[in-house]
Design a protein around this ligand. Sequence first.
Ligand code: ZN
Length: 556
Amino acid sequence: MATVGGDGDNANMETNQPNVETFFELEESQAVIRELKCCGCCSRCILRLIGVKRQSSYIDPLEVLSQLLKSKENGSSPSQEAEDGSAEPDGEPNASSHQPAGGLPSVTSGVCSVCLGILQGPCEKSHVLDLAEQVREADFGFENFTMSMVLPLQLLIREHCIFLHLKSMFSELYQKSSHGMIATIKEVYKWVCGPVMGDALDVSFYFKSPMEIMVTFTHQETEEELNKLLRRSKDNQPQRKRAKFFNAAANAPGRPVVISTIKDLPNSLFKELFSCPPSIPRSPCTTEVACWYSAVFVAGRYNKYSRKLSQTPWLIDGERKTESSIQEIVCDPLKELFKASEFRFSASGREDVDVRTLGNGRPFVVEILNSRRPIPSQAELTALQKRINKSTPDVRIRDLQCIGREDTNKLKDGEEIKTKSYSALVWSSPEQTAESLAFLSDQKDLVLHQKTPIRVLHRRALATRERIVHSMSATVKDAHHFRLFLKTQAGTYIKEFIHGDFGRTKPSLGSLLKCEVDILELDVESVDLDWPPSLSEPEDSDEDNSEQAKEVDRET
Ligand code: ZN
């Protein structure tokens, strides 16, 4: 790789010494440039193909090319004019059919044979401003964005064509250079158009952002090239591979399929199929723009203080069975905050409608889809959390925060390993005393065999599951009532453990105490999953809900 021109950052205009790094020595680059012009390459593709990797070089590619062609290494004139004789004595190309009249070495008036025009018209400011206007009309709020592109796959073929041609023309120069070493069409488009788009929308263009402006290019005129490649390659496949290949390639061949097909095809066969250099197209690509936010994940923990509230909307035959649900109380305001169209709520397990969830609460994650605004700050989320907590005495949420997609696994992973603590108000006959209940504390890691409870048989398969009650203790409330505290493996059916479910859970509290028992109330005291990370919440101290919390932290 050679740097042509001065050492500084700026081109030295006075001596026409451009500061452009290319794969080759200046004279070699000049020869390649002339050849590529004749092949109908646009100026940006020429810069790509001679190895220019600097973003700024692509803003005014004609100027850079002009400097490259005018430059004379070590003061001597280019020793060798291009074989087609297209260079004039002063280094300017003559007005061949490719080049319109004018001082600048405009490369081609036609559509570029390599990028199908993507790095020509669509990179013009007016075109980018058009797209920006369409983005503005889509009415998304955002402070930064990234750009993504969908390109016609036949570009892969055409790039291979031009490389094969360059390798045959300049075998020494292009021996080691390959597709992987040049700036891609995507990179160049983003380098040129990203900042212009950002200026037009008055927001920052980043190479990574949750807000994506996607530009889709299609080029119908050359689509047949792709079919030609895939058809030919199918014929080339061994018989047993054919069906598999055809399935993969049918309808919508992916980029990897096209790349591997090109790679597998011998160059001689490839050249039979496609002209190298590639043919000059008549029309440029068409452009479409769309934007969206990638999904955002919000995590938190909830307490449920009501025995008449379901976790998700509870409908039977279209009729509501509960007035509201945790999901609605938490997600509706989130949906509004994010201006989202959809969400998905998931929690680390679920409690029955008549079971409260106390202690530190139950972890949950909300996936927010098609949001139309930037990710809110933690302060905004904390304010929303406050608002949700004020809206109802039945639910209190905490630690509301944005998390990464990868963190959502922790909710699922936790389900396998977590333990839960419960307290239950139990009725018994005959009456129990502290002494008669004391032996429960000695029971450690008691193994239960639970047949699928009768109450869930309509939705769960019949099976016998082994579950563990890690520890228990009881405190007497009055003659016929005591409170039972349990720590169990996740997935244990607590109600069934207490009343025995007609002998379907063995052993049960009733069988251990050898008396008749029933469960009157059940609370989840803790879900032992230390996630999401706890946030300090100083505002809690002056919340109405702290009293609510105290009230439910009752002891009997
Ligand atoms: Zn091009």
